[in-house]
Structure formats: C-alpha cells, structure tokens
Design a protein around this ligand. Structure first.
Ligand SMILES: [Zn+2]
Ligand SMILES: [Zn+2]
Ligand SMILES: [Zn+2]
Ligand SMILES: [Zn+2]
Ligand SMILES: [Zn+2]
Length: 598
C-alpha cells in the first residue's frame, strides 16, 4: 500500500503510528513501532541521552523518507461501493476483494459489482485513545442484531447532508432503513461500550475501557494528536565529542548488561562499578584516541549518563546553555548564537536578546492522544497512548536544524508589573481554570499557570504573528518554547523545519536589534485591537476556555506552532486596553514609543 510521500517531519508530527493516513487508493493506519522492521541498517540512529532517558528509551531511530517508510494496515475495514445503485457497505477483511492478491493489484473493490470502493467516512474513538469501526450493522438495526442482510448506503438527494444518506438492509424479512443523520451524535451511542481497541497494534489484546464512544468522521482533526517531545541540541550536547560519547554510551550499556547476565548465570555477585569501568575502557579503545583522553571520555560519559527525569530539567538546561552561549567555543559546529545590545528603552522590559544563528533540535514521537490536545507538561496521564518504546528501547525521532530568537524578560520589572494592579485575583482565575481543566482531563496538576506564563505566552504569539510576515517563514513553520519557572522567564521563537543542514537565515536576522524593535512595536500595536472586540477584550477564562482576550483574529497561531494548544493567552497582559482590571506589561512602552493613549 503506497502511503504517498511523507516527510520524516510529517511522520513525527502528524502521521505517526495510530494516525489515519489517506493513502493513494485507501485509508490506512500506521502501526506501532514494535511492528517496524528495524533489522540491520534500515533506520538511522540518533543518540541524545538527555531526551532519551527522559522518554525511557536508549536512543532514537529516524523514520525513512518517502513511500513505504513504515508499516501500515488498512483502517477502517468498512468500505462503501462507489457504484450508484449498488453502494454496498462491506468489511474488506471479510470479502474476497480483501484478499491480498486482488487488493494489492487493484485496491479496494466491491465484492458484488467489482467497482471501486471507498473507505468508510465514519469511525469511532474514545478519550482513552482507542479507535474502532463505525458499527454500521448495529446502528441500522437499532442495536445488537442477528440479521446478516447486506447493507447499502445510498444518497437520497444531491445534498451532502447526513440526513440524505440512507442506510438500508437487503434482508426481505428485515428491510431496516435509517438515515445517517444521527451517526455523529454522541447520544446515539450512549449504550455502546468501547471495546478498548488499538488498531495500530493489530496483534495485541483489547484493553478494558469505560469511556464514552465518540462517533466521528475519519478525517476529523481530533482523531489524533501526536505527543512530540523535543530538545535543542545545544552546548555542551552539541559538541562533537559529546556526540561521540552519546553513541558509545549505548555500547557501554550493552556491555554492562552482558556482564550482569554472565554474573547471574555464574551465580556471582555483580559489581556494577567494575563492569562500567571495563565497559568504558573497551569502548574507549575502539576510538581514535587523539580525539580525547580517557579521563575526558569518562567525564563526558558521566554528564551524558545523567540524563533527565523531568521535561522541565531539559528546558532548564537549554535555558542556561542559551544564556551562557558566550562560553561556547567555536568548535561547536551545530550551535551558534550572538548577543544583541539592548537600547535603554528596552532594558526595562528585557534583560537579554540573543540571536540563535544555528541550532539543532531532536523531535521524538512519544505517543498520541485522541479527542483532546495533550498537555505540554503532562506525560503520564491515562489517556496517553504510548508507542512501544519500552519494548523496543527506541522511539522514532528526527533531527532538524534551525534558527531562532531568544528573549529573557526582566524579572524585576515583571515583579513590579504584578504589583501594579490586582494581578493576584486574575492569576488565580487562570490557575484555577487551568487546574480544573487539567483535572477534567484526568491529568496530574503539576505546575501552576499564573499570569506571568500568560504574559510570556501572549508575547510569544504576538511576535510569531508579526515574524511570519517578515521572516520568510509562515506561522506553521515557526515554533515557540516558553521557559518559565522559578529560575526561568524567557521564550524562544525558532524554526526547525529544515530537514537539511541549512536555514534561510530570515528569522535570526529579525533578532538584530534594529529589526527586533520594529517587530516588537508592531506586534504590540497589532495586539491593541481585534476585529472581535469588544467581545474579545472582555473575555475571561471559564467553561473550559482557558483564554482571556485572545481569539483567532488576534492572538492564536496554528496548533503546530504553539506549545500549549492555543491555551492561556491574553492580550491584556501585554498592551494597554480599556479593561481597567489590567495593566499591560508593555503599557508604558506602547504609550511612550507608539504614542498611543486610550
Ligand atoms: Zn458494488
Ligand atoms: Zn437487517
Ligand atoms: Zn476506549
Ligand atoms: Zn481577539
Ligand atoms: Zn502558544
């Protein structure tokens, strides 16, 4: 089955295992990674222990570019004949035309008339990530049925409404008929039980599940959300020597593992330290020893082996590396940054502006959710469907190169800003609504989301919208990383869309202070008004909406660009508005430099 030409990036971000993919002739689903054939050299390895250890694997494999890059199965199984008058609804796996000899040469065909058949538009899924066939037979017969009559799906008129789609049974004694009008209503299936099926793992058993079934169209956007975890390959991890040791670490781990098994077989006490030291020596001997001394090798190994247990550790290490970019020697080939001198009038608001001329990112696919966008910080809630990394020891990932702009807000000024209005009560609204939301999803509430996060996030979006007009990258090619914790208060806007080594350079160019001033001021000006005002301006979080004054017309960006599903945004945190409860962080700047007063 040809699945068309998917790029490696697309496999990680959009069409990974568990996603429904429109193939040339049919609809298919990518299989879990333990079904991938990774014998020999089929996939290229990527080593980055910091991200790998956090994700519970040892290394990554890069999916192949292009056709047949990974195994898929036909999903959904139900198909509908395209011949007017026939329109048979059938399961391909139960009909002769599903036989590989016929299917592989001709694609899906109707077993009755031989015409081309299309995959069912309707499917079912649940909040826990299960997915299943649409229950055509049960839907038509109003529940469980013994009737085995042929089913047909015909259009009663030329309109495309579901009401005009008529499902009918051929059985003379039955003659059931029903429109598809209720086929997408959740209530229709309230008596149905999720079978707990993971179609991307065809040979594993179904799970127990008590979630409601959600009927859906196959191509709906909420059928699949990838959970991608990424890390920037920045100093010291971008150092060539570190990368050599990263690769050796897997060898050393294997060596230790072997020694452990030998000790068990021989009934001996296993000395981990001794085995590790010997493993290091063995691995070092195979290296070109002019590269580094054994002492240096061990030192780097220890750093690499530290790994990370929380995603926030990865972000903190990135943040610190970026701030300390001056300490980086020119030998670092894959990371290059330069500091911009801030003019006095911006020093109030920012402490640092750093152009990232060159950076590499590793993006790994951890798993997916269905029904709702995953939380950026929560990994182990029940509705996440993890790929089989535990079994394989690896996850799929890509390494891309890019460029970006990093800014750090002036923490002192941020604290002053928080005291300049009743920020506490608004912060509480955000945090409470966020907490409610997280809990309603069954996630663990781990990090509070106060107004400073909203400020950073809103600024990031305002800048991305402006940068997309000037940098040569569209909003879908730009990405944000919000660095916020007790020790961090900054953001990075970057692009890592380049599959190849190079980038356009247009983004970091915008980080030059002469350009950045314009970008910033224009972003702020644009954030002053929204075509949906005054409604937009008066919005507060509540009822599952986690945004304040933010909508598609003013502050939202494509979901691929946002690290938080377009949640926790509010223009009022950055500019001045007529909302008296707020002071914007840049209010004075907007008044003084833009000459705007309300
Ligand atoms: Zn037919
Ligand atoms: Zn029937
Ligand atoms: Zn389920
Ligand atoms: Zn708006
Ligand atoms: Zn965002």
């Amino acid at each position: 089955m040809e699945i068309g030409n998917l790029s490696q990036n697309q496999i990680i971000t959009t069409f990974g295992p568990g996603a429904i993919i429109d193939a040339k002739e049919d609809s298919v689903m990518g299989l879990d990674i333990n079904y991938w054939n990774n014998d020999g050299e089929e996939y290229r390895r990527i080593y980055f222990n910091k991200l790998a250890s956090y994700l519970g694997v040892r290394y990554f494999l890069e999916p192949k570019q292009g056709k047949n890059s990974f195994p898929v199965i036909i999903f959904p199984d139900w198909h509908v004949c395209s011949k007017v008058g026939c329109n048979l609804v059938f399961k391909l796996s139960e009909s002769v035309t599903g036989n590989p000899e016929i299917y592989d040469s001709k694609g899906p065909k109707c077993p009755d008339c031989g015409f081309k058949a299309y995959p069912s538009r309707f499917i079912m899924f649940c909040e826990n990530g299960h997915i299943d066939e649409f229950p055509y037979r049960e839907y038509l017969h109003g529940g469980e049925t013994q009737c085995e009559g042929k089913i047909r799906l015909r259009s009663a008129s030329y309109t495309s409404s579901l009401n005009s789609l008529i499902l009918s049974c051929d059985n003379e004694d039955c003659k059931a008929r029903k429109t598809m009008g209720d086929a997408l209503l959740k209530a229709t299936f309230s008596d149905y039980i999720c079978k707990g099926r993971h179609a991307h793992r065809p040979s594993s058993q179904n799970e127990k599940c008590s979630a409601d079934l959600i009927p859906s169209l196959r191509g709906a956007t909420n059928v699949y959300f990838s959970i991608v975890r990424s890390a920037l390959e920045i100093p010291p991890w971008s150092d060539k020597l570190f990368q050599i040791v990263e690769e050796k670490k897997v060898e050393i781990d294997n060596y230790i593992e072997d020694k452990k098994i030998e000790a068990e077989i021989d009934d001996e006490v296993f000395d981990y330290e001794k085995a590790r030291m010997r493993g290091l020596k063995v691995a070092y001997r195979k290296l070109d020893q002019n590269l580094m001394s054994f002492e240096r090798f061990v030192e780097i190994y220890k750093k690499v082996a530290e790994g990370a247990s929380e995603y926030s550790e990865i972000k903190e290490s990135e943040y610190n590396s970026i701030l300390n970019h001056r300490a980086v020697s020119k030998n670092y080939s894959s990371f290059l940054a330069s500091e911009e001198e801030l003019p006095e009038f911006l020093k109030t608001y920012f402490t640092r502006l750093i152009r990232i001329e060159k950076v590499r990112e590793i993006m790994a696919l951890k798993g997916f959710t269905r029904a709702s966008f995953p939380d950026p910080d929560n990994d182990n809630f029940t509705s996440v469907v993890n790929l089989a990394g535990k079994e394989t020891g690896w996850l799929p990932a890509v390494r891309t190169s890019g460029e970006g702009i990093f800014i750090e807000l002036n923490r002192e000024e941020v604290d002053k800003w928080l005291l300049s209005f009743d920020s506490k009560s608004i912060s509480d609204i955000y945090d409470n609504e966020y907490k409610k939301y997280v809990e309603s999803k069954g996630w663990e509430y781990r990090q509070n989301r106060d107004l400073v996060y909203v400020l950073l996030h809103s600024l990031s979006h305002a800048l991305i919208r402006e940068l997309s007009l000037r940098s040569g990258y569209s909003t879908t090619e730009l990405q944000e990383r919000i660095y916020y914790s007790e020790n961090m208060c900054g953001l990075l806007i970057y692009t890592a869309s380049g599959d190849s080594e190079g980038t356009l350079g247009g983004l970091e160019e915008m980080g030059k202070i002469s350009n950045f001033q314009d970008v910033l001021l224009n972003s702020l000006k644009n954030a002053l008004v929204c075509s949906a005002d005054p409604g937009c301006l008066k919005t507060y979080p509540g009822n599952e909406n986690l945004n304040g004054a933010a909508c598609h017309a003013c502050l939202m960006i494509p979901e691929t660009a946002c690290e938080n599903g377009n949640r926790l945004l509010d223009r009022r945190t950055i500019v001045l508005t007529q909302e008296k409860n707020f002071t914007g962080y840049f209010e004075k700047l907007v008044r003084e430099v833009c000459g705007i007063n309300l």
